[in-house]
Design a protein around this ligand. Structure first.
Ligand SMILES: Cc1cc2nc3c(=O)[nH]c(=O)nc-3n(C[C@H](O)[C@H](O)[C@H](O)COP(=O)(O)OP(=O)(O)OC[C@H]3O[C@@H](n4cnc5c(N)ncnc54)[C@H](O)[C@@H]3O)c2cc1C
Length: 666
């Protein structure tokens, strides 16, 4: 171990690095029981290396953790044989593949519908490959100096709830979510960081700008990646960059596409990146683009090189005011989740629970399996415990079976007339078969062709089209947050550092879970790392980013995380070895759903609701199987997951109600 490592605290005895040869014991057991699976464990794979019995408190490598995906990769690679499956004899009215918000919402909508009719008593099984429910809506829980702290391991917030469609709002109502009450309860928290003199900040790293890192507080001047030039007075920018920045923000702006009518301008902006617009049309210095390079990353996992300039206009980025582009009507695409076509906009309200939308997942579980938790209200979910052993008990209306990787879904007989669908999954080293009178695939689109070889080829191709965006959400529990107060910023944008976003979790309380009010108390930091390769076409950026993400070992990740925090905060008294209590790397190799992008995809896929979109072709029902999940809407949003769950349940109910209608099978 180097001196540097010791200074960073890498020599601390912590349970999260206790793993054997980088491979979790559970993975070994799984591999042992399944032919071919041993090959799936690569030497670079690192473990979910904290054996805490309660999944939300597990630290180390989470998100898509070891043990959750190897069997699926073995299936993809053709090394898995299904012949040895054990028939459990279990038959359900509905089997749902995927226990994220879409799968949980589908179970809720299904029970709600069938209990209205003559079919109450329906049985639902949810299968999910992770050791926790919620999919991307994952809860990270820590206890530091006796205080319980939460962070979202994935899904951050209820974004633009005012724009949620009818069924997403219905679900929030069914769960008793009261956003107004929540906001009211958090009025003081909303002003907490500001009251301590903290705004936003930016880090100009030494590798990019030479000299030393410049950690710059920018007051309220940095808003979601946008820059107010006067906040950059102390930034290490060249005079040319400063002059260009001032020109970019000056009013009135020139028309950068003279000679084109409004439609032709929009067409150009839709097919060219914001980077091209700034560099080629506005003619700014590359340092100015450096400031804007992360435009769109929070929505698409790629930056300004792969995000259409038209998105910049919709989102209010500078450069467009002199181009007579008109207004974006507020109700455009009102029923389409996702911001790529301009639905979500700056100024829309968003609601962040302390564990993000894991609160919604927990509320759904409390409805579906009431025995699993005493928590009933949104406030309860701050501290409510889940009894994971109650999630999968015989005789209950809903069973949630975790750590179960579905490997095959096939009708028993002809899909046009079969009465059941066989679902094969791997759990605890065994291959098991269950059967469903209906199945909803609430997993990921690109998995479905592997799981359902019987699907028509065009549908398989449509399902495989989107490539999910890879990313990491890192939660770092620290003993205090004095350095942030000293630096005058609650969060920092660091475009060219290991993580691009570093900040305190939003100040919010939920029931008995209270956000720390003074910087001497422990808190969780939320860091974001996007994985991409600027310059490549968007889907290739996601593929390369995912491959690189899967190569990162946890010790390497921990070292880089500690080093970055030390560089940024060390000057304000932070000591990584002393102040860091725990680190959780929520790795999402298959993160955001792919949204269509007018630089690489047909413009009508982005700016119209045309039925030729792969998500529409891919989500068509097949026999007794319907397809939910946010990929089915081509939108990385919670309301997309809910909306598609409702549609899929509608299809199941239609088939149950009118069984004489021919099923779609091709
Ligand atoms: C890091 C991150 C942050 C986000 N932030 C926001 C946000 O702030 N606001 C917002 O609205 N949206 C956000 N999103 C998007 C939002 O989380 C998703 O749109 C939504 O939660 C998706 O739900 P889902 O159920 O469709 O998919 P998922 O949550 O991915 O759930 C699908 C589940 O199926 C499982 N599965 C896949 N294959 C199999 C198999 N073969 N067998 C068994 N199980 C399988 C998966 O592992 C997963 O657990 C975010 C997404 C990510 C990744």
């Amino acid at each position: 171990m180097t001196m540097d490592d010791r200074q960073l605290g890498m020599d601390r005895a912590i349970s999260r690095r206790d793993f054997i040869n980088g491979v979790a014991a559970g993975t070994g057991a799984l591999a042992a029981g399944m032919p071919g699976l041993a090959m799936a464990a690569t030497p670079t794979m690192v473990a979910q290396n904290d054996a805490s019995p309660y999944p939300p408190t597990r630290t180390g490598l989470r998100g898509s953790h070891a043990g959750a995906f190897e069997a699926a990769h073995a299936l993809r690679d053709g090394t898995l044989k299904l012949a040895d499956a054990v028939d459990s004899g279990e038959v359900y009215d509905l089997v749902i593949v995927g226990g994220g918000l879409s799968g949980l919402a589908a179970a809720h909508f299904f029970h709600k519908r069938v209990s209205q009719g003559s079919n109450s008593g329906a049985k639902v099984l949810i299968l999910d490959n992770h050791d926790d429910f919620g999919g991307h809506a994952k809860r990270n829980e820590f206890t530091v100096n006796g205080r319980k702290l939460l962070c979202n391991g994935g899904t951050l917030n209820i974004e633009s709830p005012a724009r949620y469609d009818q069924w997403s709002r219905t679900l929030l109502d069914d769960l008793g979510v009261d956003l107004a009450r929540y906001e009211r309860d958090n009025t003081v928290n909303a002003g907490l960081y500001k009251s301590l003199g903290m705004g936003h900040g930016m880090v100009f790293d030494a590798e990019t700008f030479g000299g030393k890192d410049v950690v710059l507080p920018m007051g309220g001047g940095w808003r979601g990646g946008k820059i107010e030039p006067d906040t950059l007075a102390k930034a290490p920018l060249t005079p040319k960059a400063r002059a260009d920045l001032a020109r970019l923000f000056a009013e009135p702006q020139p028309d950068y596409l003279p000679g084109l009518d409004q439609s032709a301008k929009k067409d150009w902006l839709a097919r060219h990146s914001y980077q091209q617009f700034l560099i080629e049309k506005v003619g700014v210095d590359p340092q100015v683009y450096w400031l804007f390079q992360d435009i769109g990353k929070a929505s698409f996992c790629v930056g300004g090189d792969a995000v259409p300039a038209l998105f910049g206009w919709v989102q209010g980025y500078p450069g467009f005011s002199g181009m007579a582009l008109g207004d974006v009507p507020a109700d455009l695409f009102a029923d389409l989740p996702g911001g790529q076509h301009g639905r979500q906009r700056e100024g829309d309200k968003s609601i962040h629970f302390p564990d993000g939308n894991a609160t919604l997942a927990r509320l759904l579980v409390s409805k579906l399996v009431p025995e699993a938790t005493a928590g009933r209200t949104q406030e309860d979910m701050g501290t409510a415990m889940i009894d994971y052993s109650a999630l999968d008990r015989p005789g209950t209306p809903t069973r949630i079976r975790l750590s179960s990787v579905v490997l095959n879904v096939a009708h028993r007989g002809d899909a046009a007339s079969a009465g059941e669908v066989a679902v094969h999954y791997a759990k605890d080293g065994k291959l098991v078969e269950v059967r469903g009178k209906a199945v909803i695939m609430a997993c990921w689109n690109m998995m479905i062709p592997y799981l359902m070889p019987e699907l028509p080829q065009p549908q398989k191709e449509a399902l495989a089209y989107g490539v999910k965006g890879p990313m990491v959400y890192t939660s770092v529990a620290v003993t205090n947050w004095r350095p942030f107060v000293k630096l005058g910023a609650a969060n920092f944008h660091c475009p060219t550092m290991y993580h691009q976003e570093v900040g305190l979790t939003e100040a919010v309380s939920l029931g008995d879970l209270k956000h720390p009010q003074t910087p001497d108390e422990p808190v969780v930091l939320h860091l974001v790392k996007y994985m991409n390769k600027p310059g490549l076409p968007r889907r290739d950026q996601h593929r390369v980013g995912r491959a690189e993400l899967l190569e990162i070992s946890f010790p390497e990740f921990e070292r880089e995380t500690r080093r970055q925090l030390q560089r940024m905060l060390g000057g304000a008294g932070f000591d990584a070895a002393r102040d860091i209590a725990a680190i959780t790397m929520n790795r999402w190799p298959h993160g955001y759903s792919y949204t269509y992008n007018s630089i690489y995809d047909p413009v009508e896929w982005v700016y119209s609701e045309c039925p030729e979109r792969p998500c529409v072709i891919g989500r068509q029902p097949f026999g007794l199987v319907s397809i939910a999940n946010s990929d089915a809407a081509a939108s990385p949003h919670t309301d997309a997951a809910i909306k598609e769950a409702h549609r899929a349940v509608q299809e199941v109910i239609e088939r149950r109600t009118y069984p004489f209608v021919p099923r779609r099978t091709g």
